[in-house]
Ligand binder design. Structure first.
Ligand code: T46
Length: 149
C-alpha cells in the first residue's frame, strides 16, 4: 500500500493503521487486524455501523476521556472530522484496510456516507457512557485547561 499518498494527520492523539490485505483475485480479499500488533491496544469491544442514510446521517459528535479506538470504513466511504480542540481536519475514509486512531480527547464526527457504507470500530474498553463528552463547549473547555494533553 502506498501509505505516503495518505494525507498527513494534523490533530493530536491520532494516526493511521494500515492492515495487511491479501487479494485473491476472483475470490475476493482478506484483511487482518491483530491486537497489539496492528491495533495499538488489547481489544475489549468491536462494533460496526451500517444502514446509514447517505447525506442525512451524522454520527459521533463526541470525544472520549480515556477510550482508545481505531475506526475503519470497510465498505463505501464517509467523511471523518477530527478536532483536538486546536486543530480540525476532515478525512475521506474510503480504503477498507486503512484505519484512523481515535485517541483520547479527540472530537470525532462521521458524515457524508456513500450508499452501502459500513464502519468497523475496535475499542480498548467496554461501553461506558461516563467516558463520553457529548457537549462541544465542554470538550473545548477541557482542552483549553490542558485536559487534552
Ligand atoms: C464512537 C463512534 C466512532 C451501547 O450501548 N454500546 C456500545 O458499545 C456503543 C458503541 C453504543 N451503545 C449505545 C449508546 C447509545 O445509546 O448505542 C447508542 C448509540 O451510540 P452513539 O450515539 O454513541 O453512537 P455513535 O455512532 O455516535 O458513536 C459510536 C460509539 O458510541 C463511539 O464510542 O467513538 O461510534
Amino acid at each position: 500500500m502506498q501509505t505516503e499518498n495518505f494525507e498527513p494527520l494534523l490533530v493530536k492523539n491520532s494516526g493511521y493503521v494500515f492492515l495487511k490485505k491479501v487479494c485473491d483475485q476472483n475470490d475476493g480479499t482478506l484483511i487482518i487486524a491483530e491486537a497489539q500488533k496492528d491495533i495499538p491496544f488489547d481489544l475489549k469491544r468491536v462494533y460496526y455501523i451500517n444502514n446509514l442514510k447517505n447525506f442525512i446521517s451524522v454520527r459521533g459528535c463526541h470525544a472520549h476521556k480515556t477510550l482508545r479506538q481505531v475506526i475503519f470504513c470497510i465498505a463505501g466511504s464517509f467523511t471523518l472530522t477530527l478536532d483536538d480542540g486546536a486543530t480540525r481536519q476532515k478525512i475521506l475514509m474510503n480504503h477498507d484496510n486503512a484505519g484512523i486512531i481515535l485517541g483520547q480527547m479527540l472530537w470525532h464526527e462521521m458524515s457524508e456516507f456513500a450508499s452501502g457504507t459500513v464502519l468497523l470500530v475496535f475499542a480498548s474498553d467496554y461501553y461506558d457512557e461516563a467516558d463520553y463528552i457529548r457537549n462541544y463547549e465542554e470538550f473545548t473547555e477541557i482542552c483549553r485547561k490542558g485536559g487534552g494533553k
